[in-house]
Structure formats: structure tokens, C-alpha cells
Design a protein around this ligand. Structure first.
Ligand SMILES: [Zn+2]
Length: 401
């Protein structure tokens, strides 16, 4: 039997076209334009990724989450899901109104039934969600940029609003596919980076423990200087197609807006993954963290405090390259430390590529993928140097700019 959605029922706020017409008529002239990251939350709410939430949070939901990491029903929840709007616009609305939510080109994507109009204290928000009010923290910076007035209430969204994206499956579709596969247990690995040998180590562990592995590439943040999500997908797709056991590994586009909330964000990821049908979730060092704001393993510890999720956490130590053992190990699997080990992280992959220190990639990235990535860097100079066995480049650049 497939793992239960969080809260017991998979939420769907997707309406058919006839209902959608009525919803739009009810909204009349009330409308608000929402940015990309609110759109991601909107699609997550509508398709059940955020079950049991049925809409943007009301004041009661918000204050309960902030005060006690719980929804009013008593289940654990860590990150407020807010629709923050201009104060003047909120002033034209009252509870009971319906409002159309539009994208940048003013296309109506969904409608919200206004149940709650309230303001938040951003300092309190940052202290609770990020554990800091430091203006250096990217989540704090982002929070301070946004309006403080919020609209809460349930949403209605037509299926035609859901974007068609590479490797994206809704919880309903992925659960049906997993059921058809006949496999019971499936581990989620989540990443925002190109595939390196530390990731491969974690994939191996997952495949030893459970029947399947889903590689979740977190998209939604187009942060300047980060790898394009297409490049990230390419690296994992290549392994799935050429190396990993057949029918046991798949890719999923995990749509979560940039939050940078460390442990609390790890909990939100776990919530979405359980709703998608995953039974296990690899949580490593400083998962969803940023800078030095969170303890190295704080994202594992939160799951010992908040225990309502059914998805099983696989707390893994940080894989690193051991120069003595000449392979990837963790501090649990070999005794070497200090100068004997090289820590692996995505930022290094990026730096070595940009500075053309290609030799230093050799203990970090599989050889085929090194050729692919360096091929993309060199492409601007000589396209023929692009690794011919890796005709995967769906893009001509590496990073968001
Ligand atoms: Zn060693």
C-alpha cells in the first residue's frame, strides 16, 4: 500500500473548465498579479503537494505555524505559505470576496476565496522561520523586500494553468505511476546541483535500502550564477540512462520556491515528498541551509522533534573524497580526516569550471560528466570540443545570469 498523503487525504483544488468559468465570474474585477514563487506555491497547493493545506494561510494558520510549528488542526508544519500583496489592493477586498490570481502577463491562473486579511511582523517572521534577523541572510533579505499584508483562503485552479515542465509529475500522477511499478519503497534524494560523486554515493545507499530511487531536482529558484536546471537534469538523466539499474531510478522536478530556512525547509521538502508518494528521504549535512546559520545536522534533528510525517528520514553523514582510501567515504566509514579528505560541494564544481581548473574535478565528478560540463564551458570557444558521447546539451549555457 502506498504511503498516506500528509494529513490522510491528498488535496486537489483543481476545477474543470465549467467550474472555472463560474469562479472567474465570481471574482469579477478583483484581481492580483502574483510573482513566480507565489505561482509555485499556488500549483503546489492546487495539486496536493502541500496537503493538507487547501489554500494560502489564514492569520490563524500563520500564527499557529509561527508560534508552535503546527497547523490549527495540530499537525506539524514549519514554513508559512503566504500570499503577500500590496496593502492598498488588500484594502479594496473584504472577507468573502473572490479574487483572480494572475501571472505577469495578466493571464488568470486561479482564484482565491478571501477568508482572512492580515499583516505580519517581518522581524518576528524572520526570527522564527530563519532563526535570525540578520540582513546578510538571503531568506531575510527576500522577506524584507515583500509586502507585509497577506490574503488567506482556499483556491480554485483550472488544469490548464499547470505548466508543463521537464520531469514534473503531480502527486496524483506520480502515485499512480509508482502503484503501476509494483515497487513498495522509494527513496527521495533532493538536490539543487549537478551530479557529483558524493551524490552518487548517496544514490548507492538508497538503492541498497529501498526498491526505487527518485532524484528530485529542486527548481524554482533562478539564482544568478547557479547551474541552469536543464544542466542539472542532464547530468542525472545521463546516469539514469547509461549506468543506473533499469526501472529503478527516475527523475522528478521538485518545485519549491527559494526559502533558505535550513531545518524548517527540509521539513517542508519531506512533506511534499510524502505527498508525492516517497517512503524514505535522504537528509544530509546542512540540508536546505545557507552560510553558517544552521548546525551541520540540524536538518536531521528537526525530524526527531516533529514526528507527524510518515516518510522515513535516512540521516546520512557527508560524503567526501578520501585521498588515502582513494574513494568516497563518510566519517562513519573511514578513519581519515583533515588534509586526507576533500569535502565535495556544488560550489567547488562551479568554481573549478569557471576558473578552468578542470583537473581538480577528477575526484569530484564522474569522468563522462566532467567532459560534458567542460564541454559546455569550452563551447563558447570551440563547439567541436563538446563531448560527442554526451549529446544531452539542451542549452548553450551553464548558469543563470
Ligand atoms: Zn579513508
Amino acid at each position: 500500500m502506498r504511503i498516506s498523503p500528509y494529513g490522510g487525504t491528498l488535496v486537489s483544488r483543481v476545477v474543470d473548465e465549467a467550474q472555472w468559468k463560474k469562479v472567474l465570474v465570481a471574482a469579477g474585477t478583483h484581481s492580483v498579479q502574483i510573482p513566480d514563487e507565489d505561482q509555485i506555491n499556488l500549483f503546489n497547493l492546487a495539486t496536493g503537494c502541500y496537503s493538507p493545506l487547501t489554500g494560502f494561510m489564514t492569520e490563524q494558520e500563520y500564527s499557529d505555524v509561527l508560534d508552535s510549528n503546527k497547523l490549527p488542526t495540530g499537525v506539524d508544519w514549519t514554513i508559512p505559505v503566504l500570499l503577500r500583496v500590496d496593502k492598498a489592493l488588500a484594502g479594496t477586498l473584504t472577507n468573502g470576496d473572490s479574487v483572480a490570481l494572475r501571472d505577469q502577463s495578466l493571464r488568470p491562473l486561479a482564484a482565491l476565496e478571501v477568508e482572512s486579511i492580515f499583516s505580519i511582523d517581518t522581524e518576528q517572521y524572520c526570527a522564527k522561520v530563519f532563526g535570525t534577523t540578520s540582513s546578510e541572510h538571503p531568506g531575510v533579505q527576500d522577506c524584507l523586500r515583500k509586502p507585509v499584508t497577506c490574503l488567506g483562503g482556499t483556491i480554485h485552479l483550472p488544469a490548464s494553468s499547470i505548466p508543463s515542465l521537464r520531469h514534473f509529475q503531480s502527486p496524483v500522477a506520480l502515485r499512480a505511476w509508482l502503484d503501476a511499478s509494483g515497487k513498495e519503497t522509494v527513496t527521495a534524494f533532493s538536490t539543487r546541483n549537478v551530479c557529483h560523486l558524493g551524490h552518487e554515493y548517496l544514490h548507492t545507499l538508497a538503492l541498497e535500502i529501498t526498491d526505487m530511487l527518485g532524484i528530485n531536482v529542486i527548481t524554482g529558484a533562478q539564482v544568478k550564477g547557479n547551474f541552469l536546471s536543464d544542466v542539472i537534469f542532464d547530468t542525472y538523466e545521463y546516469l539514469v540512462e547509461h549506468y543506473y539499474p533499469r526501472n529503478k531510478v527516475f527523475l522528478q522536478n521538485l518545485r519549491i520556491p527559494p526559502i533558505y530556512a535550513g531545518p524548517r525547509e527540509a521539513f517542508l521538502q519531506a512533506t511534499v515528498l510524502q505527498n508525492l508518494g516517497f517512503t524514505h528521504f535522504i537528509v544530509g549535512r546542512d540540508h536546505a541551509g545557507t552560510g553558517n546559520y544552521y548546525g551541520r545536522y540540524a536538518s536531521q534533528e528537526i525530524f526527531r522533534e516533529l514526528t507527524d510525517l510518515d516518510i522515513e528520514i535516512l540521516p546520512i553523514s557527508e560524503p567526501r573524497f578520501c585521498k588515502v582510501c582513494k574513494k568516497i567515504t563518510t566519517d562513519r566509514s573511514c578513519r581519515h580526516t583533515g588534509a586526507d579528505v576533500t569535502l565535495i560541494n556544488g560550489r567547488d564544481v562551479r568554481r573549478f569550471l569557471l576558473e578552468k581548473r578542470y583537473a581538480e574535478l577528477s575526484n569530484i565528478v564522474r569522468e563522462d560528466l566532467q567532459r560534458y560540463l567542460t564541454g559546455l564551458v569550452e563551447e563558447h570557444i570551440d563547439r567541436s570540443s563538446h563531448a560527442p558521447e554526451l549529446e544531452l546539451a539542451k542549452t548553450r549555457q551553464l548558469f543563470y545570469n
